[in-house]
Design a protein around this ligand. Structure first.
Ligand SMILES: Cc1cc2nc3c(=O)[nH]c(=O)nc-3n(C[C@H](O)[C@H](O)[C@H](O)COP(=O)(O)OP(=O)(O)OC[C@H]3O[C@@H](n4cnc5c(N)ncnc54)[C@H](O)[C@@H]3O)c2cc1C
Length: 290
């Protein structure tokens, strides 16, 4: 099964999706059907998120393994290091390796709501760059390693130049590529890429795209993750927020427009936050692949 970095060698632009592990068995069964349909869209890879809480963590790897073994689609397993000791992370990486998964998105994660004041000790990692270095030290080139990037700066690091420096630290520690936080103003992406290039980062910076299907939900979610709801998004979606169908159509149009500008401007592909749904990602992809 391919490493994503090998795909990069022969593909200028990749199209990929993100999934998350459902909380219930029924949700999991539904996801298997969704996966079948998403794989039929021939993505270059599919990623699966990792819950800081614990319960769904094994599901991340189960889903990642399923994608590869049943559908022959390379998977990217997210992995956070918050709360875990280095020894535990080594065991988890061995588990991932034993399943034949060769790509990880190395993340720090956030302390969970029931333990918000957790602080790393010497037995833990403080930043995701340390997780990247650890994976390289113990597993050599086995893993292709992606990391998270924040075009608007990370919530805890509003200084964008500093945040870009920290991103470079992740690359210097062994990361191969970047997937970004969702954003709606493409200028944020292009200036982020410029900041990183100026620091000598040559790795692919793949934009994360969230198709808008629920405006109120979006406003709440962006408060948590630190992305800005742009004036353009407000103007389009606020007046139609109670009309589901109008929101869906406008969401598709917006994502198609955003994607085209990104690709035309040199973005090396797109990573869609599918929210475990086939539509509207299928319709957006059909438009931009035309
Ligand atoms: C594409 C993507 C996928 C994600 N998937 C998941 C997921 O599956 N599960 C999950 O729980 N969360 C996920 N997240 C959220 C992520 O875990 C949080 O945003 C978290 O707060 C930061 O993780 P990180 O890996 O960027 O951390 P880090 O890279 O460690 O950065 C954390 C903070 O520390 C700062 N920093 C970094 N290095 C240094 C340093 N050397 N000195 C001082 N400050 C430093 C950074 O600027 C930032 O403010 C995802 C985010 C993105 C963008």
């Amino acid at each position: 099964m391919s490493k994503i970095t090998d795909i990069f060698k022969h593909k200028e632009k990749t199209f990929s999706f993100e999934l998350f592990p459902p909380k219930t068995e029924q949700g999991y069964q539904n996801l298997l059907v969704t996966i079948e349909k998403l794989c039929a869209l021939k993505p270059d890879f599919i990623s699966c998120t990792y819950g800081a809480g614990g319960g769904s963590r094994d599901k991340t790897f189960e889903i990642s393994q399923h994608l590869q073994e049943k559908h022959n689609v390379p998977s990217l397993a997210h992995l956070t290091c918050v709360l875990n000791t280095k020894e535990e992370i080594k065991n988890i990486l061995e588990n991932i390796q034993s399943r034949g998964i060769q790509n990880i998105l190395a993340l720090r994660g956030d302390p969970p709501q029931d333990n918000p004041d957790w602080q790393p000790g010497p037995e833990n990692f403080q930043y995701s760059s340390e997780l990247c270095a650890f994976a390289r030290e113990h597993f050599g080139d086995y893993f292709g390693i992606g990391v998270a990037g924040f075009p608007e700066g990370h919530l805890l690091c509003p200084n964008k130049d500093k945040d870009a420096q920290y991103l470079k630290t992740k690359i210097d520690a062994g990361a191969d590529f970047v997937i970004t936080q969702l954003f709606f103003n493409n200028d944020d992406y292009f200036s982020y890429a410029q900041r990183l290039r100026a620091l000598g980062v040559t790795a692919r910076i793949i934009p994360g795209i969230l198709p808008i299907t629920n405006y109120k939900g979006l406003v709440n979610f962006t408060k948590l993750c630190g992305a800005t709801v742009s004036d353009e998004v407000k103007q389009i979606f606020e007046p139609i927020q109670d009309d589901k169908e109008a929101t869906l159509q406008a969401g598709i149009q917006f994502a198609v427009r955003q994607s085209r500008v990104l690709l035309d401007g040199g973005a090396p592909g797109l990573h869609f936050y599918s929210l475990n749904k086939v539509s509207p990602v299928d319709r957006i992809l059909a438009e931009i692949r035309k």
